[in-house]
Write a protein that binds this ligand. Structure first.
Ligand SMILES: [Fe+2]
Length: 229
């Protein structure tokens, strides 16, 4: 399979990364991951690419990742896939939004995911992994050669663990599983800041010093599209 075409859009006051993803550069079908804000800009970008948004995927339900879900779902008719144990957050968004942000519309998820699912969306194979620690239901989406990993792992940093349901030991385990399972060159499209690779973060990320100290971890052969965890 060819390398997916991934377009990055940094949106909203918290500078969240939303991604429009399609199987290749000529596909007219796409999915969108974490539309956090600026729905009109994202819809215009999809139009400019000539793609129809066929699915809306959420890594987790912090407000900066979901602020544009309702208007984009309404405009496109695309179903929304939400972490199962965070569905109630999406359904009552403003209850969880800190003062000074929003307003954002709530949305009842069309599908919920718990991790372990193998999906086929917009002509792309998408594997769903459960990667908690930053939020209790956090998911990572695996596409060929890359991870859309929300607020798990950043370039030189990691997701914060001081919000409700956050836990460092859990997040570290989630990151360790990604590093152990996928090839080092796997591209990481994070929810904030720049695009990176597992190899780069494993070698240089200051938050992963304990993971490094535990020694090399051989990638599991399965890779993207392989076994579910
Ligand atoms: Fe977050």
């Amino acid at each position: 399979m060819s390398t997916p075409d991934v377009r990055s859009f940094t949106v909203g006051p918290v500078q969240e990364n939303c991604y429009i993803v399609r199987a290749d550069k000529v596909s007219s079908r796409a999915l969108i991951v974490d539309p956090g804000d600026e729905p009109d800009r994202l819809l215009e970008a999809a139009d400019a690419l000539g793609v129809k948004i066929e699915a809306i995927l959420l890594t987790h339900t912090h407000f900066d990742h979901i602020g544009a879900v309702a208007p984009i779902a309404r405009a496109t008719g695309a179903p929304v896939y939400c972490p199962k144990i965070e569905r109630s957050v999406l359904a009552d968004v403003m209850r969880w939004v800190p003062p000074g942000f929003g307003p954002f519309e709530s949305y009842e998820a069309d599908y919920t995911l718990a991790g372990g699912e193998q999906l086929e969306l917009a002509g792309l194979p998408v594997e769903v992994l459960f990667t908690p620690g930053h939020s209790p239901g956090h998911l990572t989406y695996v596409i060929p050669g890359a991870l859309l990993s929300g607020d798990v792992l950043f370039q030189g940093s990691v997701g914060r663990v001081d919000l409700p349901g956050g836990d460092w030991a859990t997040l570290e385990r989630s990151i360790g599983e990604l590093i152990a399972r996928f090839p080092p060159e796997t591209v990481v499209y994070p929810g904030h800041m720049g695009i990176t690779t597992l190899q780069r973060e494993r070698a240089t990320n200051p938050f992963l010093s304990e993971l490094r100290a535990r020694g090399p971890v051989a990638p599991v052969a399965a890779g993207p599209g392989g076994r579910a965890s």
